[in-house]
Design a protein around this ligand. Sequence first.
Ligand code: ATP
Ligand code: MG
Length: 567
Amino acid sequence: MRFSRAYIPTTKESPKDAQLPSHIYLSRAGFVAQVASGLYNFLPLGKRVLRKIENIINEEMSACGALEVDLSFVTPAELWQESGRIEKFGKELLRFRDRKDNLFVLGPTHEEMMVSIVRNRVTSYKQLPLNVYQVKTKFRDEARPRFGLMRAREFVMKDGYSFHSSTEDLDREFDAMEAAYKKILERLGLNFRIVEADSGAIGGTGSKELMVLAQSGEDTLAVCDTCEYGANVEAARRAPRSVFPEAPSADFSRFKTPNVKSIDDLSNFFHVDPYYTLKAVVMRAVYTEGSEPVCFFIRGCDELQEVKARNSVGAIDLVDISESELSEIGLIPGFIGPLDQDKIRFVMDKDTLNATSMICGANEMDYHFVGVDLSVMKDAVFADLVTVQAGDGCPHCGGKMEHTKGIEVGHIFKLGTVYSAPLKAEFLDENGRAQPFIMGTYGMGVSRLVAAVIEQHHDERGCIWTHATAPYLVNVMVSNIKEESHLAYAEELYNTLLSRGIETILDDRKERFGFKMSDAELIGFPFTIIIGKELENGQVQIMIRESREILTVDAENVLDKIEELRR
Ligand code: ATP
Ligand code: MG
């Protein structure tokens, strides 16, 4: 490509609301242009990067025997009614009616549609397994579209779905997909971690997320400093405690604690470690139909993990509750406890099971119970409700857990029969019995990956593309195009690079050197070959974008040098 013929509208202006480097640089360097909130046009450079990521995905998918399809973006709402997801997806699902008044949605994901293409077509276990995928536009009317391509409303996803006749076969395919996803991210040149993820209402352990490690990531990960274990904090587990703070000694009694409401107050008042106090967090659990207040009891030293809490009551959301709502229920903020509690549904953290020497609210103004033995609560509901904190023990190796930030670029999930059963997608097993397909789903955020590369690879001058994602690997820049011999040499070098299969752009614009250099840095080509005055001594320079190091090389060796650098 010749720069003079390209369409790369670079600018010094950042988008108004842009905070993240990827949002700023992808706009400023002319990769994408915003159309409306959460909607982006891909300009030629952006399209090239997107295509490159797609190509790598396609190669790795076909190496695994997955089959590419392309499903209609507009999907009939009936399918979403059949699966029961139409309510669950809520306002993210964009619905509309056609001229005949039929209701449709813009596909935010395609489980239902994929099931519908195999339903009644794949009828025997002999036709299984099957893994079908597409790279496709998705639409989710996100409540807060932000961060450019990172959380858009219209975005590109690779979504794959596998169909099996046994859970063993699903397990095998899931592992193969995990390996393929790992390979894709390695080829893209990204530093990432595969972590255990929340499985939502479905439960089980078959949910993993691929996280590109970056400060700006929206997800918090708990990772072990010693072994491979890592999990989204929404799903992270920890080893049981091995050292315990000194326990307060008190017989069970009701104790006057005037105005002692917070965990801090309580631990100061009694001079006990918050470990021995019980924290009550009341929230309103929202279901597809209706809502109810729920109280979660955890140790005072712990923090409630809202996704775990939500799952423990099967809600689709948890929202804050006001003090006036609390008093309507008859609860006294600061003094809520589980003993004789019949005013509110409650769930207790599993670390409070059979806990002794505890202090908890007495459900009476200005009173707490001390010396509480929670083994009396054996009929209560217990669940894992708390956030794994830095310093907690790893559940696998006993190493220390620490927190880091990640960008979710992929999610693989063992679905089982959650879609096939309600959608009645069945096959005949070896004994001629009808069974719902056992399914897996494998998503990857293709357009989000474009941004993730930049979140991980940029500096204050702009983008730094990895070799596999760069729109062009090499930029051949002529300092002064009026020098005819320089231009002629550059043209020849450009053609040779192209003939060697190296993606190259020739910056033949009639612009100042400084201007072209700052564009090269903003756009982030891995290598810029600068052809200037040194050519008279038979030399050119190579600027390595990542380090900004400038190498001076003999013109006759420049091709070898580029070959060496790209390896
Ligand atoms: P998130 O937690 O970030 O909202 P999700 O869990 O809703 O994502 P999935 O349904 O698992 O996302 O979709 C698969 C992949 O699609 C995600 O891993 C992510 O990379 C990408 N993705 C999801 N939502 C968006 C979005 N709004 N913009 C860009 N990419 C997205
Ligand atoms: Mg996800």
